[in-house]
Write a protein that binds this ligand. Structure first.
Ligand code: UD1
Length: 417
């Protein structure tokens, strides 16, 4: 299995261009199932999660072709509403996002129940409650969820928690329902806005995306369209953290600086200088960083996906920081590995206390999940000696060419086959 070998690489400098957002591309690819014609989605990152989603679309009867500009064209004349293969669903939790479009388009869907994953139990009750409220009859058994309806009917749905995936699934289902659906306590992440922009281009009638109340007026049919996904704010935040931990200066291009505010605000508090342009930021971290506390929250709070990379940064900051993870119950899997590298971190429940200013040392470590893996790459850049990171397939689910991008900034990183 491939590994990353990383040697101490301080003061990284240069510029790096950010790819399209994985978390936007996944629901948008699922939304292409809402129309029978061709949709072409540009700036889709070349990642294993995306390959798994396009394989799933093919299994559902779609024709999927790659085009220029990281484009993917999907055409699904007649979707097959059966995704009962657990193998397929367990590879990619976002595969559950096809439930809303398939139910709306075919009147039924049979899908394997997604299991938990390392970072938490990740139930889908909010997705199902919302679909039920729209009139779907749902049965569950033997690891399979089956939903049926004559036609979904618009209704009011209050989400107990602003789940990103549930908001996306319900928006897609409601787009082809009879009448109006109002989702309250909806997720407000930029990826929700990107998805609704795409559906509105297809002929959908959605207002309020980016606020807690989204109103969707169902339409008879949607038509295939062309759309470019927004830049990946988590990839951008990770390279900001690379500059911060290596005391470097990196220009991060192709970003929407507003989407990065929850991250850049914390970096500034830590003593990092962040300059914003129209579509770039420059992160200059030549000063000794100060410890800052973070608490992960739904957008526009500090993103849970940046918690692990930011924690690595805090291991080298002056004094002690407190990290509270409120979104996922088990998202400190990077901590035992950071401790192997000399970090001083104590975990109690959903809180990690990091005693900063510790000298990190290279070690053999394991990427247990996507963002935990990114955190280890960051720590390895700042560590004395060599670090061998195994199970990097997790990192490559969400970061395109990370080794090449870091090398271009001056890092000493190699990927072994
Ligand atoms: C998405 C992102 C993921 C990010 C997360 C939170 C994608 C493909 N993934 O995941 O990178 O970390 O948002 O920003 O976009 N929950 C329930 N019941 C449900 C649904 C969710 O209890 O029906 C809980 C989850 O277990 C979790 C919390 O709500 O504790 C947040 O989950 P959610 O916002 O749904 O995240 P995802 O859409 O899975």
């Amino acid at each position: 299995m491939p590994k990353f070998i990383v040697s101490n690489s301080m003061h990284l400098e240069g510029s790096v261009s950010i790819g399209g957002s994985k978390n936007s591309a996944l629901p948008i690819l699922a939304a292409t199932l809402l129309a029978s014609g061709n949709s072409t989605i540009y700036e889709v990152p070349d990642l294993s999660d995306i390959q798994n989603m396009t394989s799933l679309l093919s299994c559902l009867g779609a024709s999927v072709t790659k085009t220029d500009n990281k484009g993917i064209t999907v055409c699904c004349k007649k979707p097959l509403p059966d995704v009962s293969s657990y193998e397929l669903v367990s590879k990619l939790r976002a595969s559950f996002l096809v439930t809303g479009p398939l139910l709306a388009r075919c009147g039924r869907v049979k899908i394997s129940m997604p299991g938990g994953c390392k970072i938490g139990s990740r139930p889908v009750d909010l997705h199902l409650k919302g679909l039920q409220a729209m009139g779907a009859k749902i049965t569950q058994g033997h690891g399979i969820i089956e939903a049926r309806c004559k036609k979904l009917t618009g209704t009011k749905i209050y989400l107990d928690f602003p789940s990103v995936g549930a908001t996306e699934n319900l928006i897609m289902a409601a787009s082809l329902a009879d009448g109006q659906t109002i989702i309250e306590n909806a997720a407000v992440e930029p990826e929700i806005v990107d998805l609704t922009n795409f559906i509105n281009l297809m002929g959908g009638k959605i207002v309020g995306a980016g606020t807690g109340t989204i109103k969707i007026t169902g339409v008879e049919e949607l038509s295939g369209q062309t759309h470019t996904v927004i830049p990946d704010r988590i990839e951008a935040g990770t390279y900001a953290a690379v500059a911060a931990i290596t005391k470097g200066k990196i220009r991060i291009e192709n970003v929407i600086p507003d989407h990065l505010k929850p991250i850049t605000a914390k970096m500034r508090e830590a003593g990092v200088t962040v300059t914003e342009g129209d579509n770039y930021i420059i992160v200059d971290a030549t000063e000794k960083p100060k410890a800052t506390d973070i608490k992960t929250l739904p957008y526009p709070g500090f993103p849970t996906d940046m918690q692990a990379p930011y924690s690595s940064f805090m291991t080298v900051a002056e004094r002690t920081s407190v990290i509270i993870e409120t979104i996922f119950e088990n998202r400190f899997l990077h901590v035992p590995e950071l401790v192997r590298m000399g970090a001083h971190v104590k975990i109690e429940g959903r809180t990690a206390v990091i005693e900063g200013s510790k000298k990190l040392t290279g070690a053999q470590v394991k990427a247990t999940d996507l963002r935990a893996g990114a955190a280890l790459v960051l720590a390895a850049l700042a560590a004395d000696g060599d670090t061998e990171i195994s199970e990097i397939e997790h990192i490559e689910r969400g970061y395109c060419n990370m080794d090449k991008k870091l090398t271009s900034l001056g890092a000493n990183i190699t990927r072994t086959e």
